[in-house]
Design a protein around this ligand. Structure first.
Ligand code: NAP
Ligand code: MN
Length: 266
């Protein structure tokens, strides 16, 4: 059966050149390249770095078909192959020599002025103040009040996002085969005026984090999901939890999460 392939490319010279070569090779092998995005396609190819990958995921609302990334960007943690490996991609895909790596996502519900707004992140969601103000957040886990957090904000990372912003904040790297969420404090304040936890907290997938901004201070909040931000002037409450939405990355024979960590970080 003929396979339909969509390609998403950023506009760097290397990416566009890679796209041109890939299209020619796919065409010669008998694949059908779709002119635009289609959610019924058999494969989505993303050419760029992690930023481009995240852009495609959001633009197409978490595509359900297998996704393969070609790294022309900087780090390329999501990306499986380099532009020099296009023949390997075509060979492995044609011969079904690949596995799919499911990646879970994190979801936030924001209740603001009586309405509920939902955002999903593949890497993380961040709850922070507007205009660089600190935030004071009443936190509960699984419905039990834990503490009033004061600081820059709270970052809730998925295992896939644990190597991104979370890692820069001192959070742990998590193997994506584990279903959990990591709550990492951003510049927690610890003074005689304020108290906040200083290490990351790991939550099982069935528990959610409840947050009520401290109204006496300020209830304006900025929610950032994978780098996209949305400002809410008044927030009544927020719930952050494990999401049922997953994406599936195509990985080839030699893929190993920890080898990738080593090659990108150590
Ligand atoms: P960006 O500011 O260009 O990205 C920052 C870096 O994070 C880039 O090198 C990017 O890789 C890398 N990255 C993205 N997802 C990753 C992952 N899952 N594991 C390891 N590294 C990852 O913005 P962007 O490219 O649009 O990416 C958005 C992400 O940037 C956010 O989700 C957040 O996690 C991260 N970020 C990090 C910091 C920080 O570490 N201080 C600050 C802001 C945002 P590429 O070079 O391949 O694009
Ligand atoms: Mn980037």
């Amino acid at each position: 059966m003929e396979k339909n392939i969509c390609i998403y490319t950023n506009n760097t010279h290397t990416s566009l050149n890679t796209e041109r070569i890939l299209k020619k090779k796919l065409d010669n092998t008998g694949f059908n390249i779709l002119p635009g995005y289609c959610d019924k396609a058999d494969l989505l190819v993303c050419i760029g770095g992690d930023g481009t990958f995240l852009e495609a995921i959001h633009k197409y609302d978490f595509p359900q078909m297998p996704i393969i990334g070609i790294n022309t960007g900087h780090l390329g943690f999501f990306q499986e192959i380099m532009p020099a490996q296009l023949d390997d991609l075509i060979f492995n895909y044609s011969h079904e020599q690949y596995t799919l790596q499911p990646l879970s996502t994190v979801k936030i519900d924001v209740k603001s002025e009586g309405r509920v707004y939902e955002h999903t992140g593949l890497n993380e969601v961040i709850i922070r103040g507007m205009d660089s103000y600190s935030v004071h957040l009443n936190m509960s886990i699984g419905g039990s009040f834990i503490e009033r957090f004061s600081g820059d904000g709270l970052l809730v990372a998925t295992p896939a996002g644990s190597t991104a912003y979370n890692y820069s904040l001192g959070g742990s790297i998590v193997d994506p085969r584990i279903n959990l969420l990591q709550v990492t404090p951003m510049a927690p304040m610890n003074t005689t005026a304020y108290r906040a936890f200083t290490s990351s907290i790991l939550l099982p997938s069935e528990l959610s984090l409840g947050i009520i901004p401290d109204m006496e201070q300020d209830a304006s909040i900025c929610v950032v999901y994978d780098g996209y931000s949305k400002e809410y002037p008044t927030v009544e409450e927020m719930t952050v939890g494990f999401s049922d939405t997953k994406i599936n990355l195509m990985r080839f024979k030699n893929y190993d999460f920890w080898t990738k960590v080593k090659s990108k970080f150590l």
